[in-house]
Design a protein around this ligand. Structure first.
Ligand code: SPD
Length: 357
């Protein structure tokens, strides 16, 4: 009997020791070889050389994972069981994650490079005082098109996309707010509209676009448009810039009715195990030389004024991707519409996608 008890105690001690060791190794503060940082970012949204340089400089191993929509990212963090140290949500997602207490406060004292951010990107309404987030990239939503493939069509209005000459020629980015937003904007409604009649009208309008829609896709939209597999795309501005780098024939416009102005910021989710490493990583990305290289690599617009000054004029002076304040004033930022309404936008988008099948 005594030996049975001894065995039981030994097993218990071994289990506790194993649990302690596992959590120590996973924790950032552990021995240097075991220090890790888990970064959760959009696909194609960082220069991989910068990750390698950060690892070299800090001795921290980066585990890098990607997502393709705010909704997917939030669901994963909400569900728990993850250990993300840094994530990159857009503004309405930041506001929602803050409300759901999914974020840790940012310690500005640890971010010497925060001073390089242009003040116009700081202190925005979705995160007053940047208590929980730090600017990474920003941009617009618009139409990228290949003039040689659109039969003389010009794109001043979202409604131009409904032209029958574009049969099976349009690719849409796989984003509920972007696609629903296009439907709403085309009818003159706000991107943040919550009126059920307007939302149903937007979905109906989108279903009428179906004959022109070739596919609804993720990051492959860039390759498909650059390779001229379709003539037109509903895209984020940075993707347009990357596509146009690959194929100079294409152009990008923001329709006259207006569109979306968005901001992707770095945050530290509540799941973080390496809060200090997260600050080091964020500060590293804010360094002007690193931010400039990242901007050149991914093609998106940087909010870092000192990085912008390092970029060639053909990038920093391109008004399609660094629009004037006159244009940005016409654009709308997505609001956090609340859990229920955001789920409803997703549902309507899904119904539109199902209708295509
Ligand atoms: N491939 C990187 C895509 C990043 C786009 N973020 C835009 C979010 C707009 N709400």
């Amino acid at each position: 009997m005594k030996s049975l008890v001894r065995m039981f105690v030994l097993v218990l001690v071994a289990a506790f020791a194993l649990m302690y060791l596992t959590s120590y190794l996973n924790s950032s503060e552990g021995y240097s070889g075991g220090r890790t940082l888990t970064v959760y970012n959009w696909g194609d949204y960082i220069d991989p050389d910068l990750i390698a340089e950060f690892e070299e400089e800090s001795g921290i191993k980066v585990i890098y994972q990607t997502f393709d929509s705010n909704e997917a990212m939030m669901t994963k963090i909400e569900q728990g069981g993850t250990t993300f140290d840094v994530a990159v949500p857009s503004e309405y997602a930041i506001s929602k994650m803050k409300a759901e207490e999914l974020l840790l406060p940012i310690d500005h004292a640890k971010l010497a490079n925060l001073s390089h951010i242009d003040p116009q990107f700081m202190n925005l309404s979705f995160d007053p005082g940047n208590e929980y987030s730090v600017p990474y990239f920003w941009g617009t939503v618009g139409i990228v098109y290949n003039p040689a493939l659109v039969d003389g069509l010009e794109f001043h209005s979202w409604n131009d996309l409904w032209d029958p000459r574009l049969h099976n020629q349009i690719l849409l980015v796989d984003g509920a707010r972007e696609v629903m937003g296009m439907g709403l904007n085309s009818l003159g409604y706000s991107l943040n509209d919550t009126n059920e009649e307007h939302l149903q009208a937007a979905k109906k309008k989108l279903t009428e676009l179906t004959p022109n829609v070739k596919a609804i896709v993720g990051d492959e939209i860039k390759m498909l448009l650059a390779n001229e597999e379709a003539a037109v795309g509903l895209v984020w501005s940075g993707d347009a810039s990357e596509i146009m780098d690959e194929n100079e024939e294409l152009d990008y416009v923001v329709p006259d009715e207006g569109s979306n102005l968005w901001f992707d910021n770095m945050v530290i989710p509540k799941t973080a195990r390496n809060v200090d490493g997260a600050h080091r990583f964020i500060n590293f990305m804010l360094d002007p030389e690193h931010a400039a290289r990242n901007t050149e690599y991914v093609g998106y617009s940087t909010p870092n004024k000192d990085a912008l000054a390092l970029l060639p004029e053909d990038i920093s002076g391109d008004e399609r991707f660094y629009p004037s304040s006159e244009l940005t004033r016409k654009l709308e930022v997505y609001d956090n519409l609340g859990k229920k309404m955001l789920a409803h936008y997703n549902e309507l988008f899904l119904e539109f996608k199902m209708h295509r099948k």
